[in-house]
Design a protein around this ligand. Structure first.
Ligand code: SAH
Ligand code: SF4
Length: 345
């Protein structure tokens, strides 16, 4: 069985031709998948029944099956998907006012990076996702939105996993998000914990995709205590790679900062961060810490967060406090994990 979502346009055409059908049938199938958002093969109503039957015998739409779906008070949707081998991953759809519809998708089942405050890091690493599995998470939301007369507009690779640890599959999926889902490069964001060689490689790709770096601390000692990867790639190396990327790609970099009360939210820390980023075309996204079971830290209050923003701005660094989404269903940043998989261990 082949998954139609895993095929690019040429591969889909080859499949349809191999079933003894004319080329225009492939265009129709493609239109059903990506323009009309068909939920299954049965819905492709202008295909002759024998073709639908041949397709059903040879292919499925995708390989992900929805295990559970939760909808938060703010409309955020969180889906738990089961993969063909039983692994579980999550992806989230956030509906902002107006037309922005953002899918937050996973790149791995679990994560090997072990950041202490992240639920995915706390569960450990299971496996890399294939590019088809990464792409399909977005394609499914895109399809659902099409049926409602809406459009998936933005993608963030901020779900489970470290995208640059699964570099090739992620880049392949990202290229298909652009070519097959029609999402502009500027509306796609890859977030990395800071794998220095991959940041440099990414700078060479010539893509307009946005890069976000998870920073969270501005000294090596503090950062290594939160993000073990800092021992391998310390701040000096990370900042040099960011500098290289900014010059090469001519793109602004976003830095992610989970605000943890009393830990990395003091005025002194804000000044250290301001000095670290000075001269770089940077933007800081501040995310008050989301709760996870295995980390005791608490989120910074709004007043202290506002002071933090002011200090960064005094250093010429723009910063915004990110609105927390889907917290009541554990769909916020760093809260994704597959509870079912953990129970089964
Ligand atoms: N692995 C990538 C992308 C997934 S995590 C990365 O780390 O960048 C997406 C963002 O959520 C990262 O910036 C991460 O540091 C942040 N995050 C993780 N746990 C969090 C938590 N409990 N509260 C707030 N943000 C968190
Ligand atoms: Fe992995 Fe990102 Fe979580 Fe760190 S924050 S454990 S890199 S998913």
């Amino acid at each position: 069985m082949v998954a139609l979502y895993a095929l690019n346009r040429q591969e889909l055409t080859d499949l349809v031709l191999s079933l003894g059908e004319p080329r225009f049938r492939a265009d129709q199938v493609w239109g059903w998948l990506y323009d009309k958002g068909a939920p299954d093969l049965e819905a492709m109503s202008n295909l002759p029944r024998p073709l639908r039957e041949k397709l059903q015998a040879a292919a499925t739409l995708g390989t992900l099956s929805v295990e559970t779906e939760q909808i938060a008070k703010d409309g955020t949707v969180k889906r738990l998907y089961k993969l063909a081998d039983g692994q579980l991953i999550e992806s989230v759809l956030m509906k902002y006012d107006g037309v922005r519809r953002t899918a937050c998708i996973s790149s791995q089942a679990g994560c090997a990076m072990g950041c202490v405050f992240c639920a995915t890091g706390q569960m450990g690493f299971a496996r890399h996702l294939s590019s088809g599995e990464i792409f399909e998470q977005a394609a499914r939301y895109s399809s659902d939105l099409r049926l409602e007369g809406e459009r998936l507009s933005n993608i963030v690779l901020m779900g489970m996993g470290e995208p640059f640890h699964n570099y090739d599959a992620v880049l392949h999926a990202v290229r298909r998000l652009m070519s097959d889902l029609g999402i502009g490069a500027r509306h796609i964001t890859i977030s990395t914990v800071g794998l220095v060689p991959k940041i440099r490689q990414f700078a060479e790709e010539g893509l307009q995709v946005k890069l976000a770096i998870s920073l969270h601390a501005a000294t090596d000692e503090e950062r290594a205590a939160l993000l073990p990867v800092n021992k391998r790639y310390p701040l000096a190396d990370l900042m040099a790679a960011c500098q290289y990327y900014a010059e090469k790609a001519q793109r602004r970099i976003s830095f992610e900062w989970a605000l943890i009360a009393g830990k990395n939210d003091t005025p002194q820390t804000a000044h250290t961060l301001g000095r670290l980023l000075r001269g770089l075309d940077a933007h800081v996204n501040l995310i008050p810490l989301n709760p996870t079971t295995e980390y005791g830290g608490a989120p910074t209050g709004m007043e202290a967060a506002a002071v933090f923003v002011e200090i960064l701005e005094s250093h010429g660094i723009p910063a915004t406090i990110r609105v927390r989404r889907g917290i009541d269903i554990d769909a916020g940043c760093g809260q994704l994990k597959s509870k079912v998989a953990r129970k089964a261990q």
